[in-house]
Every structure is written in C-alpha cells, then in structure tokens.
Design a binder for this molecule. Sequence first.
Ligand code: FES
Length: 105
Amino acid sequence: MTWVPVAKVGDVRAGDVVAVTVEGTEMVLGLDGDRYFAMQRRCVHRGGDLAEGIVSRGHVVCANHGWRFSTATGCHDTASDVCLVTFGVRVVGDQIEIDPTPRKS
Ligand code: FES
C-alpha cells in the first residue's frame, strides 16, 4: 500500500469531482458529504469522463448518459455487478492521499 498526496483539504469541495493522475493511473477524486472517494476516471458504459460528472445522493452521475455509481462501492445503482475500479483515500493533516492499488474491478 502506497499513499500518494494528491490535493489539500479545501481543494475539493463537497459535491466536487476532480481529475487526478496517481502513478500514471487516471482517476477522479470527489467529496460526498464529508467523505472523500476515488475511482477510475472513465465510465464503464462508453468511456465518459467522470470528472465532468456530479455527485448526487451518494452517487457519481456520469455526464454522458446519466449512469449512477455509488461513491462507496463504485457500483452501478441498479446493476451491482457493473462497477468502477475504486481506490483508497485518506486524509493526513491537511493532505488528501490516494492509494493507487485497485480495490475493485
Ligand atoms: S458514458 Fe457514462 S453513462 Fe454513458
């Protein structure tokens, strides 16, 4: 497990989804309420950029066709076997860190 600093607390506001690259892997970092999450940047539907999506009711909503993925599990809201790869996020002091080891595929 390798924790990589990606942003400062305050750089990401509640509801934000921002693009980050960690050790060559493109991801999105978001803040759902008071919980940070990280997942693969490209939507599993047709490759939409989830950095253009929004956070709504515990889900990231893809801007392209509206597929909704849980910010907790990365899985589609009605097809639980359709999931994005997710990554661990932690806060150390004022630093947000991501572990680029995939949690789910
Ligand atoms: S590309 Fe994301 S819902 Fe279609």
